[in-house]
Design a protein around this ligand. Structure first.
Ligand SMILES: NC(=O)c1ccc[n+]([C@@H]2O[C@H](COP(=O)([O-])OP(=O)(O)OC[C@H]3O[C@@H](n4cnc5c(N)ncnc54)[C@H](O)[C@@H]3O)[C@@H](O)[C@H]2O)c1
Length: 360
């Protein structure tokens, strides 16, 4: 585990503990106080502050990189060069160019490479993918995503600086929704995007001040899919009244020629479905979609909006055991980032922008 912060603790280490094929052997983080705490939290004895030590270790097969965005590229390239399989957090890089370089390096080294796009693993998202593939919604015509969180306006650390994070809400939140939209409806070809900054975030929680943020607090896009479908996305972490115990508000819908269907993060074991002339009805996600295929995780345990995040490790380890690319791969990570970068270009230039994602 490289990076021992919030997402490692919340998503990845519980995922490792669910998977009998995986063993957490070492943890890397420059924060020695945190490393000491993780020995107790995670039941791991081997720690280091240098990621190269993990890359060089012969008894480590695979790494999960959950560090600030600006470190993803150097850590991934070092681990891939040493033959490690890599799951890396999103956004893969600080730009499409970085993520494309990471994809090519992993592909050419013939290691497994996965981007941690969490929401693909929500049961309702799996079921929507099935309904679409089965033709039950008809021809998908339209996609809509809204993701609002009500987070504090105090400093967000590395996340609020372009040179460390790449972008704000767009790379942090909206990029997930770009990814699952492309998973469901295929590649996005062109976008008209907009971003805005709402708060300087100069107040540090616990006291003191810092340099003002230089990234977006709100990101939005209208997009055209290669299929001819259209989509609209909007996200922000500074929307008052959308706290909802930290889960915020999330809604994503597909409107097809036969039916419309809806995913909601706060109710991930149900979808809403409606046909022409009907009102949306709640439909439970069938049991075969509640966990990753063959995973031993018990879907009746834990908070539904949290526990599907433990399935990422199952997919990563399965891909290693089965010798195939994980889903989503670095290619998917780079593809989503190409769309996000087109949003930034569109906002800067005030026009529609074609998505440029040359990845071969
Ligand atoms: N997939 C998701 O749903 C999701 C959710 C939250 C965060 N994330 C992503 O996960 C990553 C980490 O986010 P977080 O919220 O855990 O951040 P965090 O700041 O809580 O943790 C990051 C950790 O990485 C450590 N670190 C910094 N440089 C390092 C280095 N060179 N080597 C090893 N460790 C290093 C830091 O000391 C810190 O402990 C980010 O890329 C973020 O975008 C993804």
């Amino acid at each position: 585990m490289i990076g021992a912060g919030a997402v490692a603790d919340y998503h990845h280490v519980p995922g490792i503990h669910v998977d009998p094929r995986a063993e957490l052997v070492a943890v890397c983080d420059p924060n020695e106080v945190l490393l000491e705490q993780r020995i107790g939290d995670w039941g791991v004895s081997r720690t280091t502050t240098e990621f190269q030590e993990i890359a060089d270790a012969d008894d480590i097969d695979a790494v999960i990189i959950a560090t600030p965005n600006f470190t993803h590229r150097p850590i991934t390239l070092a681990c891939v060069a040493a033959g490690k399989h890599v799951m890396c957090e999103k956004p893969l890089g600080l730009s499409f160019e970085e993520s494309a370089e990471m994809y090519r390096a992993a592909r050419d080294a013939d290691v497994r490479h996965m981007t941690a796009f969490t929401y693909r693993f929500a049961p309702s998202m799996r079921y929507l993918r099935y309904l679409l593939a089965d033709g039950q919604l008809g021809v998908p015509r339209h996609f809509r995503s809204q993701r609002f969180l009500d987070l504090p306006e105090t400093s967000w650390g590395w996340r609020q600086y372009k040179h460390l994070a790449g972008a704000g809400d767009l790379y942090d939140m909206t990029i997930h929704r770009i990814d699952f939209a492309q998973d469901l409806l295929g590649p996005i070809d062109s976008v008209c995007g907009a971003i805005a900054q709402f708060a300087p975030r100069t107040e540090v929680p616990g006291g003191g001040t810092c340099d003002p943020s230089d990234v977006d607090d709100w990101s939005a896009l209208v997009g055209r899919f290669e299929s001819g479908a259209v989509g609209i996305w909007e996200g922000s972490t500074l929307m008052k009244g959308h706290h909802n115990d930290g889960y915020g508000f999330e809604w994503a819908e597909i409107n097809g020629s036969e039916k419309s269907a809806v995913y909601q993060l706060t109710d991930p074991n149900n979808i809403l479905v409606g046909g022409h002339g009907e009102s949306m009805q709640k439909v439970p996600v069938p049991s075969e979609f509640l966990v990753a295929p063959d995973s031993p995780r018990d879907p009746s345990q834990g908070v539904p909006s949290d526990v599907f995040r433990h399935d990422l490790v199952w997919e990563f380890v399965s891909s290693i055991v089965e010798g195939r690319d994980p889903v989503p791969s670095f290619r998917d990570g780079a593809s989503a980032q190409a769309v996000a970068d087109a949003v930034l270009a569109s906002d800067a230039e005030g026009r529609w922008v074609d998505v440029s994602r040359a990845l071969d």
